[in-house]
Design a protein around this ligand. Structure first.
Ligand code: GSH
Length: 232
């Protein structure tokens, strides 16, 4: 059984998408980051960056102690290895997936995250910052669009690279992007949207957060923004 420490944000959706695709048994432990659950000592003990997602695998393959992992990219690699799915064992194919997973973790995720921050949440409009991140998001969409011009999924077959990227394209309108400008990306996006496991993962999000309270609101901004060293 996998315990998934989760909230209803793009980095959380990556893991529910994987778990729904793979059929690995799991249970959700909600970490309501709007309310500060990410600062609870029992969570920080294995997720020291006060961020979700994180997992505890209660029954690891080696039969040893539970395995605890934070960082969505590391979690996806671990789960793919455990399930034997969505990450090829062939060296060349494997690194094709991993390079795009790292591209998401180091590029698309953080840049789109800053886009969300400055376009939607910052208390003041800072045109330079907004333009910087909207343009960088646009550039990254262009890179992905080009990659998808001659293959169905990012690394050919559906993989953890696709599951990492998709939830960060879902809010494309809020990121000030138009999918019609990126036809290959749009085709890929619609194909993943249509997968039953994707639908189940996003349905689950509504069950975990039924009143659809936005993760970032005036109250939670005090918890989420302006963090400094020491609280964790
Ligand atoms: N690089 C991390 C990022 C995780 C992350 O930023 N999680 C956010 C929600 S999407 C979070 O838990 N925020 C809590 C906070 O800011 O205190 C990953 O991919 O797992």
């Amino acid at each position: 059984m996998i315990d998934l420490y989760y909230w209803t944000t793009p980095n959380g959706h990556k893991i529910t998408m994987f778990l729904e695709e793979s059929g690995l048994p799991y249970k959700i432990v909600p970490v309501n980051i709007s309310k500060g659950d990410q600062f609870k000592p029992e969570f920080l003990a294995f997720s020291p960056n006060n961020r979700m997602p994180a997992i505890i695998d209660q029954a690891p393959k080696d039969g040893g102690e539970p395995v605890k992992i934070f960082e969505s990219g590391a979690i996806l690699i671990y789960l793919a290895e455990k399930a034997g799915k969505f990450l090829p064992t062939d060296m060349r194919k494997r690194f094709d997936v991993l390079q795009w997973l790292m591209w998401q973790m180091g590029g698309l995720g953080p840049m789109a995250g800053q886009n969300h921050h400055f376009v939607q949440y910052a208390p003041e409009r800072i045109p330079y910052a907004m333009e910087r991140y909207v343009k960088e998001t646009n550039r990254l969409y262009g890179v992905l669009n080009k990659r998808l011009a001659d293959r169905e999924f990012i690394a050919g077959e559906y993989s953890i690279a696709d599951m990492a990227c998709y939830p960060w394209i879902v809010p494309y309108k809020n990121q000030q992007q138009n999918l019609d400008d990126f036809p290959h990306l749009k085709r890929w996006f619609e194909a993943i949207y249509a997968r039953p496991a994707t639908a189940r993962a996003y349905k689950l999000a509504k069950q975990v957060n039924p009143d659809k309270t936005p993760t970032v609101n005036e109250e939670s901004k005090k918890i989420l923004f302006g963090q400094v060293a020491g609280k964790n």
